[in-house]
Design a protein around this ligand. Sequence first.
Ligand code: EPU
Length: 420
Amino acid sequence: MDSLLIKGGVPLHGEVTISGAKNAVLPIMAATLLTKEKCVIRQVPNLSDVQFMTEILQSLGASVRFDGNVVTVQANKVKPVGDYDLIRKMRGSICIMGPLVGRLRHARVSLPGGCIIGTRPIDLHLKAMKGLGASIGIEGGYVDVKARRLVGGDVFLGGRAGPTVLGTANLMMAATLADGVTTIESAACEPEVVDLAYCLSKMGAKIVGAGSPTIVVTGVKELHGVEHEVIPDRIEAATFAIGAAATNGEVTIKGARPDHMHAVLDKLSDAGVKVERKGLVLTVKRGGRLKPTDVTTLPYAGFPTDVQAQMMVLMAVTPGLSVITERIFESRFMHVAELARLGAEISIEGPSAIVKGGRKLSGAPVMASDLRASAALVLAGLAAQGTTQVNRIYHLDRGYEHIDAKLRGLGARIQRVNQQ
Ligand code: EPU
C-alpha cells in the first residue's frame, strides 16, 4: 500500500494547473449511457474514481477508452445490472441509476459505499425515481428500480441537510427521456450540476434553470452524442490555495474557476489570505498575519463541505480560536484525531470543531480516512516541521490527479513510498 512521506516546513512556491473536476466528470460519464452515440469527454482527470466509473460503464456493456485526459464512450447496448463489487466501492456510482432508468426503464444497482463520512442514505434518489413513476425494491444489497412508463412530475428533493447533488443529477438525467415535464424543486445548485445540465443540453436534452433551486426538464424521445470539456476542479483549486497560505508560500493557480469559489475565497480573505484574481488565474499568499475565522459548511453557494478539512489545517496554524461547523455530513471530522497527532489542538462540540490555532505542528505518521481528510493531512504535513507519513493514500488518488507531482512542482519535499 502506498504512503506519502513529507518533509515539511517548506513554503509552496510556483505555478500549478488545475485538473478537471472529479465531481463533474463522474455524472457526465454516467450520462453517456443515455445515448447509443459516441460521447467524447475532455479534461478528464486521471483518478481511481474515474477508473472505477470506466469499469462500471464497461460492466454495463459500454465501450470506454481513456486516452490521456480524454474519455470516449459508446454505449450501443446497455444492460440494467451494474457489477456489485465495483459499484459498492464508490459512492459516486449511484449516478448510473438515473441514466439506466431513463434509457432502459430499469436499473439494478448495489447500494453504494465510498468515503466514511456519515451514513449517506439514498432515500432522496429513490424519491426522485418514484417521482417519475418508477417502483423500488431493495433486496440482497441491490436496489431495483423499474418503470413501465416514465412520466414527468414535480419532485421536491430537499433533505435533512438540504439538496442532494447526485440525487439532482440522477433525476435530471432520468427525466431527459421521460414523457412530459419534470420540475425539480430544492435542486442542488452546485457548478457540477450546471456542467452536467450543459452537457445533457448539448446531447439534445431540454433543461432550464440548472444552477437555481428549480430545474425544469422537458422529456425528449432520444439523446445524441456529444463532445464536452469538464469544468476545472474547484475543490482541488481551493486545496492548493489553502496549501499556499498554510505554508506561508505563494502559489499561482492556473485554469481555475474563481466564479465557482466565492465562499472559499471570501473566507480566505477573512483569514488574512491575499488572493489576486486575473481571469482563470489565482495568485495566493498571506497578506500579513493570519486571522482566526468561523466557517459553516453549506450547500452551494455556501462554503463546501469538501474544503472543510483543508480549511481546518489553515485554522490550526493560525493563532487564536477558530470554529468550523459541518452541516452537510455528520462524522466528517475523522481528520481531527490525526491532526492532533501533529500537535493541533482541536475539540469537537456537536457539529462544530473548535480549533485553538497557532500550536507548532510537528511531523508524525498519520492515517488517511477519506478523500478530503487525506488532503488535509498532506497540507498539515507540508506545514509541519519534520517528517509526516500519510498512510492509506488510495483515498487521495480517488480525487486528486498527480497530487504528489504537482506539490513537488511547487517545491514540496514529498515522496510516494510503497510499503508491502
Ligand atoms: N442525503 C440524504 N439522502 C439522499 C442523498 C443525500 O439524506 O438520498 C444527504 C446526505 O447524507 C448529506 C446531504 O444529503 O447529508 C448532501 O449529500 P449529497 O447527496 O449532496 O452528496 P452526494 O451527491 O452523494 C456529492 C459529492 C461529494 C460532496 C457532496 C456535497 C460527488 C461524486 N460527490 O456527493 O463529494 O461532498 O456532493 O457537496 O459528486 C468528495 O468529493 O470528497 C465528496 C464526498
